[in-house]
Design a protein around this ligand. Structure first.
Ligand SMILES: O=c1[nH]cc([C@@H]2O[C@H](COP(=O)(O)OP(=O)(O)OP(=O)(O)O)[C@@H](O)[C@H]2O)c(=O)[nH]1
Length: 627
């Protein structure tokens, strides 16, 4: 099935998934959709009895989730998305709607009701197209639902409780996860499996096809009602865009009268760079099957791609092209004082990687480069790219030794031990300090929105960001929550150098800097403490010191932790697992491990939001004293 063209229609749009569900994020990401995750704050409390049918409840909830995010982004974040997707999954049995269980007893009630019977799973989906007119948000909602029937086997009490104690039921509609242990409870599934997991991908693609490819009047191919069109059909009815990333390898020819685009080589490269081999099946419909070990090749080439990115950033090629517009390789080579042949190869490599574009005028920045690689762009990752090159690359070249010895190779690459890194290495000279802070600043800026908006933090007025470095997150917080005052607590060496990172044109009076060492000194009073990208860096002993200090904060105050949270198998997301490779002292943790760690220090109500982006967010509350 050729999904890329429908999903591809969303490529140039700012797509937001208004859902904290990691399953929805995974389903859509696997389908090739690029999106930002902004979990909805809409409380799922609509009056169920006011809906004539259960699916209407799911559809309305999905709609409200998406609209809440669209409105919040428009009003509070001042960023109007193009498309917001919301979804809600419910289970119905004997006219009753089951959502996520509130506790183990509730899970028990739900699962014993489902035992031995067939039930329906409905997922309501809303696709909200947004635009801004005279600063007002305008929305156009498309919604639908999908039903799947599931039959459970008879469940013994023992099995049922074993399953409940696994912890799996708690964040899942109906109290089970069909994609994991819950699959063992299921006798049969009639309908879309992914719909049960939380997102009806097939119907979603059909809806997109309906929206973006309404059937044209005179075409040779007839799009079967309720089907996802094949590649050929898309291109007939589309605006002529070629979805192939490599137009030259796919010779397009227009057939008279039908505007059909055919691939004469029989081999087309799709948007992911995969080769799809077209095969005629008996009914003449072309099918594509991927036959190449593309994933392996991508892994083999990964280091070359990283280095090409590092070198072009170091040579400031993206800055140059931003300033001057399209340039020839000769001109670029002269400007960056490099050889013409070497520069041309590098520019072509960057083009192949999608960082540059090449046409008869020369090379210019792709949008991605303008947004993130130009050194003074609003969301620049330039300094982080340099940090990856200068600091991380040498570490990974010692990976074999790191694996054999079980140590990070900081002592080889920097001549420093892990525990001395922050004080000694990162801040050893003014230049090093500035470079390290710039790298942390750039990554904090691009993650700040996710961290600040994962939960509704409006009830907290006095906030302390421990190790908050340049204040990137603090400034984002006061932007979203105007009543908030945030103190950034960091080492004296950091605090004396923050002035160059202050955002211009923003009210900065609510952000304060206080210097100290969070392992040794008293922490400022606050009703919300933040530890963003801190815990994974430190040994158990250091974490004990820090969390012990926080554990005496006033009851009712909260702690927000931002980290990449591993799945329970500890193998996902790959980015975090790869980062672990060079750690000795610190470590990445799963959701359960974070929960247990925080509970050990008296924090309760641990809520985890998986954002699907770089940082996930955990919020917990200091237990009220029982006396
Ligand atoms: O077999 C499975 N059934 C259901 C699920 C997961 O259950 C939840 C359903 O809850 P809801 O639709 O309210 O979505 P949330 O997780 O609360 O996220 P939102 O932010 O979108 O409200 C959903 O996560 C399903 O994926 C499952 O995993 N397996």
């Amino acid at each position: 099935m050729a999904l890329n063209p429908v999903i591809g229609k969303l490529v140039s749009k700012r797509v937001v998934l208004a859902s904290a569900s990691p399953r929805r994020q995974e389903i859509l990401a696997n389908a090739g959709l690029r999106f930002e995750v902004v979990p909805s704050w809409f409380k799922e409390t609509l009056e169920k009895s006011s809906f004539a049918a259960p699916y209407e409840y799911a559809v309305e909830t999905a709609k409200q989730k998406a609209l809440e995010v669209a409105n919040r982004m428009h009003l509070k974040h001042l960023r109007t998305p193009d498309v917001v997707i919301g979804a809600d999954t419910i289970v119905t049995i004997e006219e009753q709607i089951l959502e996520k269980p509130v506790d183990k007893q509730d899970a028990y009630k739900m699962l014993s009701r489902l035992s031995g019977k067939e039930h329906s799973v409905f997922t309501g989906v809303a696709i909200v197209h947004c635009s801004s007119k005279d600063n007002r948000l305008e929305t156009e909602v498309t919604d639908f639902y999908e039903e799947t029937k599931v039959k459970f086997a008879e469940l013994s009490e023992e099995l049922l409780w074993d399953y409940i104690h696994s912890g799996e039921p708690m964040d899942k509609a109906g109290g089970y996860g069909i994609q994991a242990l819950g699959g063992m409870l299921v006798e049969y599934v009639h309908g879309d499996f992914l719909n049960v997991v939380g997102f009806p991908l097939n119907r979603f693609c059909k809806k997109l096809a309906e929206l973006y490819y309404p059937p044209p009047k005179h075409t040779i191919h007839h799009i079967k009602h309720d089907s996802i069109p094949s590649v050929e059909t898309f291109e007939i009815s589309s605006d002529g865009e070629c979805n192939s990333s490599d137009n030259t390898s796919c010779k397009s020819a227009k057939k008279q009268n039908s505007s059909e685009i055919i691939c004469t080589s029989g081999k087309c490269r799709n948007g992911n760079g995969n080769y799809n081999v077209s095969m005629d099946s008996q009914n003449g419909v072309k099918e594509n099957t991927t036959q190449f070990p593309t994933k392996l090749l991508q892994l083999l080439d990964g280091f070359k791609a990283s280095k090409a990115l590092f070198v072009s950033s170091k040579l400031k090629i993206f800055d140059l092209l931003k300033e001057k517009g399209a340039m020839s390789s000769v001109d670029v080579a002269n400007q960056v004082k490099a050889s013409v042949c070497g520069t041309e190869r590098l520019l072509d490599a960057c083009t192949a990687l999608g960082l540059l574009e090449k046409n008869h005028q020369g090379y210019s920045n792709a949008e991605l480069a303008n947004l993130y690689l130009v050194s003074d762009s609003e969301s620049s990752l330039y300094n982080f790219v340099l940090y990856c090159n200068d600091r991380l690359w040498p570490l990974y070249t010692h990976l074999e030794l790191a694996v054999k010895e079980g140590t990070s190779q900081n002592h080889c690459t920097l001549g420093k031990k892990e525990e001395d890194l922050f004080q000694d290495f990162c801040y050893q000279s003014t230049e090093m300090k500035q470079r390290f802070m710039s790298a942390m600043h750039s990554i904090a800026k691009v993650t700040a929105r996710d961290v600040a908006s994962a939960f509704d933090l409006s009830q907290f007025r006095v906030v302390c960001d421990l190790g908050g470095c340049t204040g990137a997150l603090a400034y984002e917080l006061v932007e979203i929550y105007p009543e908030m005052k945030v103190t950034v607590f960091d080492l004296p060496d950091v605090v004396t150098n923050v002035s160059s990172f202050q955002p211009s044109g923003q009210n900065t009076t609510q952000v304060f800097f206080s210097s100290g060492d969070f392992f040794k000194d008293n922490l400022p009073e606050a009703d919300l403490y933040i530890l963003s990208r801190v815990l994974h860096d430190w040994s158990e002993e250091k974490i004990h010191t820090l969390l012990s200090k926080l554990s005496v904060c006033k009851p009712g105050s909260a702690l927000l932790v931002a980290e990449t949270v591993l799945d329970e198998k500890r193998t996902c997301p790959a980015r975090a697992v790869l980062q672990s490779l060079t750690m000795t002292e610190g470590k990445q943790r799963s959701g359960l491990e974070y929960q247990q760690l925080l509970e050990k220090y008296g924090f309760t109500n641990v809520q985890i939001k998986i954002t699907g982006n770089l940082l996930d967010v955990i919020l917990c509350i200091k237990k009220m004293s029982t006396h």
